[in-house]
Design a protein around this ligand. Structure first.
Ligand SMILES: Cc1cc2nc3c(=O)[nH]c(=O)nc-3n(C[C@H](O)[C@H](O)[C@H](O)COP(=O)(O)OP(=O)(O)OC[C@H]3O[C@@H](n4cnc5c(N)ncnc54)[C@H](O)[C@@H]3O)c2cc1C
Length: 393
């Protein structure tokens, strides 16, 4: 009998497994339909021995001391401040737009004060800011919007920024100084030995059993448990009762090049050219030394693994219908990016999971009831219950 069945071994599922097992002495079964732990943050050494992120670059940054300290129990860190260049008008310029971006693009030598005035002169009046287009043209005007945002967003989301909620482009600041860091959070670092190693440490506990290559549908009726924590897509949990929630997907094309370095920055964005949105060079993120280098191209797609909930009003309304069902489902807790249909970063998901842990453990024990029939699984199912032994990997 497990106290918890956790669906999904990404940040949301693994943080809860770790807390429940180590702090509350709960027996936890965590399943993932993929062949690995760590969800979208999964990294591994490729055939050339270079550490790569299978699902695209994951850069850790947070303002939360609690989240950083929590994760520090499972990893040391490599200080890393992320930088991005955008290929625009045949030049590579800093992104987010800053003083140097404007000076380089327009052949000017403005100072911070002058660039502020310059951007103000370009900005358009937008009475009510509703869409992603409104956010940008009201800050930097139409020309920079066209050069940096319009086509990138169309590629990334398959939609014009005027059709997308303001939250998408609000995430990207505009700076009038020369700060070229992509993020300004207090804590910016990469797990020293990678994300997967960090997750292995989180899940390395006798109370935690990990079952990979397993869709929870295949085991849910056979393995007894008291409560479920679900971190997969919420619409899938309810058999798409109200229809599919739209997600944007990506195809990752990984390549290893026979040269030590490739890009002028860890990530180069291509807003206007090519079918891919950006290229990442992993060694720049991980600090690994190697005579070759590995890169990844990202091609946005409509179909495929669900990566990005699409932020549009009608999708939020559809999600709210699923949320109501979720709230009414006893002993199942929905947490994480897919289960709450929110565009969360890793640190936000960790915070959400820690908050749920607190809520679960404040709940009186008596209220927890067995909700599944106690059917002992067949030998083949039970054989798949393989406790992970990181030492052997
Ligand atoms: C391309 C890309 C780049 C990103 N870059 C960053 C970044 O730089 N910084 C940052 O902070 N965040 C980044 N993120 C966001 C980050 O990936 C998420 O915040 C984080 O992975 C969410 O964790 P999660 O546990 O909610 O979901 P996930 O990591 O998606 O984990 C959910 C798990 O559930 C499993 N699952 C789903 N359905 C089932 C089922 N039926 N049965 C069994 N298992 C199931 C899935 O296989 C998956 O492993 C990025 C995301 C993407 C897609």
């Amino acid at each position: 009998m497990f106290d918890y069945l956790i669906v999904g071994a990404g940040f949301a599922g693994s943080v809860l497994a770790e807390r429940l097992a180590t702090r509350s002495n709960k027996k936890v079964l965590i399943v993932d339909k993929r062949s690995h732990i760590a969800g979208n943050a999964y990294d591994h050494y490729n055939e050339e021995g270079i550490l790569v992120h299978k699902y695209g670059p994951h850069i850790f940054h947070t303002n939360s001391k609690d989240v950083f300290e929590y994760l520090s129990n499972f990893t040391d860190w490599r200080p890393y401040e992320h930088r991005v260049l955008a290929s625009v008008d045949g030049q590579l310029v800093p992104m987010p737009i800053n003083l140097d971006t404007i000076n380089k693009l327009y052949g000017l030598s403005l100072n911070s004060f002058e660039v502020e005035q310059f951007l103000e002169s370009l900005a358009e009046q937008v009475p009510v800011i509703k869409t992603s287009e409104d956010v940008v043209v009201s800050k930097v005007g139409r020309e920079l919007y066209e050069k940096f945002f319009r086509n990138y967003t169309r590629k990334q989301w398959g939609m014009d920024p005027s059709e997308l909620d303001k939250s998408v482009t609000s995430r990207v600041p505009t700076r009038t100084n020369r700060d070229d860091r992509y993020f300004t959070d207090t804590y910016q670092a990469m797990p020293l030995h990678g994300y997967t190693r960090m997750f292995e440490r989180m899940l390395d506990h006798p109370n935690i059993k990990v079952m990979l290559n397993t869709d929870y549908h295949d085991i849910v009726d056979f393995i007894p448990f008291k409560e479920m924590i679900f971190t997969g897509p919420v619409d899938e949990y309810f058999d798409f009762k109200y229809g599919k929630l739209p997600y944007r997907s990506l195809e990752f094309k990984h390549e290893t090049l026979n040269q030590e370095n490739y890009l002028a920055a860890p990530v180069v964005n291509y807003p206007n050219d090519n079918l891919y949105t950006r290229i990442t060079e992993f060694k720049a993120l991980t600090g690994q030394k190697h005579p070759k280098t590995s890169i990844v191209y990202e091609y946005p797609k409509a179909e495929g693994d669900p990566y990005y909930p699409v932020p549009r009003l009608e999708n939020a309304e559809l999600y709210n219908k699923y949320k109501k069902l979720a709230d009414e489902t006893p002993n199942v807790h929905f947490v994480g990016r897919l289960a709450t249909y929110k565009y969360y970063n890793m640190d936000q998901v960790v915070a959400q999971a820690l908050t749920l842990y607190k809520k679960l453990t404040e709940k009186p024990e008596e209220a927890q009831k067995v909700v599944k029939p106690t059917i002992i699984g067949s030998a083949s199912i039970m054989e798949k219950l393989v406790p992970r032994d990181p030492a052997k990997e």
